[in-house]
Write a protein that binds this ligand. Structure first.
Ligand code: COA
Length: 374
């Protein structure tokens, strides 16, 4: 069995950014229009008016201050309220592959690797813009990588599950090095017209290069000590979009349940113990204690949730920088969140320092990766 290192990471951040203030103005304009349109039904008590959103609530409930998106104009237009991403021809690069290539270029450079060193590509994300051919194979071809590629989806835990899948293949010898990418176009599966969740998500892409530790040369690399994945079925975060959703007329149905929806409070309550116990059990089984950790790179969905998980794992309030948040700038970016935190806040650790990358989300799914700076 080979040991595995993470030798490079990359983050592609879209150019367009939406502040809470801009988002709330758009939502409230949409709500006012809907309420004017349905004024009679509302006056007759047949319909509830749409309430206004507010910035103070968003920051207090989630810790989110802004988000990056691929298309700001569509999202902020009260008559549209979703990103408008023109369809691309079959011979053009797909949107997800384009994002993945940008993040991958940075990760490969950091790893000191070229496509010739890579044997496989995994595209791990919470939604894919088509069923097949796999986005990962498109990335493989665009980079000129030999070997194989495939897509996988474990919602917000796609990246940690992707790391485990890649690490297992490298450990067993079926690949020397693997590129794992997480292009997340969350803006296209978020219901921007729903006040309870319109502030939650943003778009981004992360990339991770994993390779045999005995071949890795990058100075800032991390060795993977152990990976652990866990799933437990829950309907509390769900998206019913899929290939069975055509109407009698052949159109895709336009239904609320075909975009992201959640029971946020239940998720909060149920997932915090699952994740804290996963990390603590994973550490214990590797002969480690929370005090041995220098950093927690947690999934980025809700600041309150992360604060609580950090406190439960460490047995005290995490100190400044011990559990970095990127949520305030990026919002929830599904599987990419913990990798952005790792990518941006891992250079300063010293050789031998330990940390955990941990994701959690729909499924439920949770993944823990114990890392040691090489
Ligand atoms: N502006 C103003 N008020 C709002 C609002 C908004 N945008 N959205 C909701 N509210 C209101 C609600 O209607 C509710 O009012 P009520 O008490 O009169 O019913 C009140 O604020 C509290 O709503 P609630 O949904 O209970 O808020 P919360 O404090 O639980 O925060 C989440 C909501 C979603 C931010 C929070 O539950 C969360 O993040 N949970 C974890 C989610 C998660 O990690 N999901 C994983 C996704 S991959």
């Amino acid at each position: 069995m080979h040991s595995v290192s993470i030798s490079g990471t990359g983050v592609f951040t879209p150019a367009e950014k939406i502040s809470n203030a801009e988002l709330v103005v758009a939502f409230n304009a949409y709500a006012d229009r809907q309420n004017a349109l349905h004024a009679e039904a509302i006056a007759a008590g047949e319909r509830e008016p749409l309430p206004q959103s507010n910035e103070g609530f968003i920051v207090k409930a989630s810790g989110i201050e802004s988000r990056f998106v691929l298309d700001k104009t569509g999202v902020l237009d009260p008559d549209i309220m979703h990103p408008v991403l023109p369809e691309r021809a079959d011979d053009e690069l797909s949107v997800m592959a384009e994002m993945a290539l940008k993040a991958a270029t940075v990760a490969l450079e950091q790893a000191g690797r070229t496509p010739a060193d890579i044997d496989a590509v995994i595209c791990a994300a919470s939604n894919h813009e088509r069923a097949y051919p796999a986005i990962a194979i498109e990335v493989q071809q665009a980079l000129g990588i030999e070997g194989f590629a495939f897509d996988m989806n474990v919602a917000c835990s796609s990246a940690t599950f992707g790391i485990q899948a890649a690490a297992d293949m490298i450990r067993s010898g079926s690949a020397r090095a693997i590129l794992m990418v997480n292009p997340e176009i969350c803006s296209a599966h978020l219901e921007w017209r729903d006040r309870d969740c319109h502030f939650i998500f943003g778009d981004v892409c992360t990339a991770v290069v994993l390779e045999r530790a005995d071949r890795a040369e990058a100075p800032g690399r991390y060795d993977i000590l152990s990976t652990r994945c866990l799933t437990q079925f829950s309907n509390n975060i769900r998206n019913n979009n899929g290939f069975l959703r055509r109407t009698r007329e052949g159109h895709m149905a336009d239904r609320r349940d075909m975009l992201f929806r959640q029971e946020g409070r239940k998720v909060f309550k149920q997932v915090v113990p699952i994740v804290s116990e996963l990390i603590l059990g994973h550490l214990a089984d590797n002969g480690l204690e929370p005090k041995d950790l220098s950093r927690l790179w947690l999934h980025q969905a809700n600041k309150g949730m992360n604060d609580l998980i950090g406190a439960r794992v460490l047995g005290r309030t995490p100190e400044e920088g011990e559990q970095p948040n990127i949520l305030q700038d990026y919002a929830n970016t599904s599987s990419a969140g913990s990798i952005i935190a790792f990518s941006k806040f891992s250079d300063d650790l010293k050789p031998g320092d330990l940390g955990v990358v941990c994701s959690f989300g729909a499924g439920y799914s949770a993944g823990s990766v114990i890392l040691r700076k090489a």
